[in-house]
Write a protein of this length. Structure first.
Length: 187
């Protein structure tokens, strides 16, 4: 009998160790690549906004003006975002609008405020008054405010007419429930 191990057993143990080492190395490399990919995605800053000097801030208000957003199922929101579907009933937080106007007032790079009111839908009078007060406060910085649109509904006209210096809209297309012309007939 031989005093050492059999050569076949040594061969299979060596092959198994080489295969096991290759498997561990391969899986570790995959793990490191995935980990570095996740880190790079998290640290990537594509949403960085640069504002050039002498810019105009365009506030495109699309949706209903609300104080608090309606609760949405997170899974539904994820699916809408994943499939790039637009919300049927978008909402604009009043606090976001007020904060944006205040920041534009203090930002030296912003020289004018442009209100795109075409997409503004439902808004309560109290919310519109708060925005109007914020616009009046913005005018104290001696920066002009412009409103753009083809036509205005009542809410849009309220904002455009109260505090805006230049209204560039076709007033003949004004749609307002309270500003209708009534014809009188007499015999």
């Amino acid at each position: 009998m031989s005093s050492g191990k059999s050569w076949t057993k040594s061969l299979f143990v060596g092959l198994w160790n080489a295969l096991n080492f290759s498997r561990k190395l391969f899986l570790n490399i995959i793990f490191i690549v995935i980990f570095l990919g996740l880190i790079s995605v998290l640290l990537k800053d594509d949403n960085k906004v640069t504002v050039p000097a002498n810019s105009a801030l365009v506030m495109k208000l699309v949706g209903d003006l609300v104080i608090e957003k309606e609760a949405v199922d997170p899974f539904t929101e994820f699916l809408e975002e994943a499939f790039e579907q637009k919300d049927d009933n978008p909402e604009i937080l009043l606090q976001d609008v007020l904060l944006t106007i205040e920041n534009a007032k203090q930002d030296r790079r912003i020289k004018a405020l442009v209100l795109d009111l075409h997409g503004l839908r439902k808004a309560g009078l109290d919310k519109l008054e708060q925005i109007a007060m914020a616009l009046e406060d913005f005018k104290e910085s001696e920066k002009p405010i412009y409103a753009i649109g083809d036509y205005y509904n009542q809410n849009q006209y309220y904002l455009a007419s109260r505090e805006v210096m230049d209204v560039s809209a076709c007033i003949s297309n004004l749609l307002s429930k309270n500003l209708k012309q009534k014809l009188t007939y007499s015999k």
